[in-house]
Design a binder for this molecule. Structure first.
Ligand code: FES
Ligand code: FES
Length: 146
């Protein structure tokens, strides 16, 4: 079974997996206990599994763990200390979440857009994530302040 060392949230983590094609999502959740990143669809539709890999948004449900070696992976747990990222602050200010399940992926999608230098309506057009609770109006409000 292959062993990989990944940089996750600024720390090197070594994992042994059944094969290199295992989705990064399973490694994060099941082996590293970083359960903020969620499984929704598994087919790149919902965005619940979004993380940053070298600053780029990736759907960890289809991103092979072997492809993450040598790259910096950031999950919702590592986005900031004390929920201080502007997107997290905007989410709190606007009381966005309902059940919360989709929200880490939403925030990571927004964080990736901000990292790319996008703001406001530019970010809005990039957020295609699904929210079963229908919090889209509050998401829009939160993004408008960024
Ligand atoms: S779980 Fe990855 S996009 Fe839905
Ligand atoms: S807040 Fe419940 S799925 Fe989005």
């Amino acid at each position: 079974m292959p062993t990989y060392t990944l940089n996750v949230n600024g720390q090197n983590r070594t994992v042994t997996v059944s094969d290199g094609g295992m989705p990064l999502l399973w490694v994060l959740r099941d082996l590293l206990n970083l359960t903020g990143t969620k499984y929704g669809c598994g087919i790149e539709v919902c965005g619940a599994c979004t993380v940053l890999v070298d600053g780029q948004r990736e759907h960890s449900c289809v991103f092979d763990v072997s492809s993450a070696v040598g790259k910096n992976v950031v999950t919702i747990e590592g986005l900031s200390a004390n929920r201080s990222h502007p997107a997290q602050k905007a989410w709190i200010d606007n009381q966005v979440p309902q059940c919360g399940y989709c929200q880490p992926g939403m925030i990571m999608t927004v964080a990736g857009a901000m990292k790319a230098g996008h703001r406001g309506s530019e970010i809005q057009s990039e957020v295609k994530n699904l929210c079963v609770c229908g919090t889209y109006q509050r998401i829009k409000q939160a993004i408008s302040s960024l």
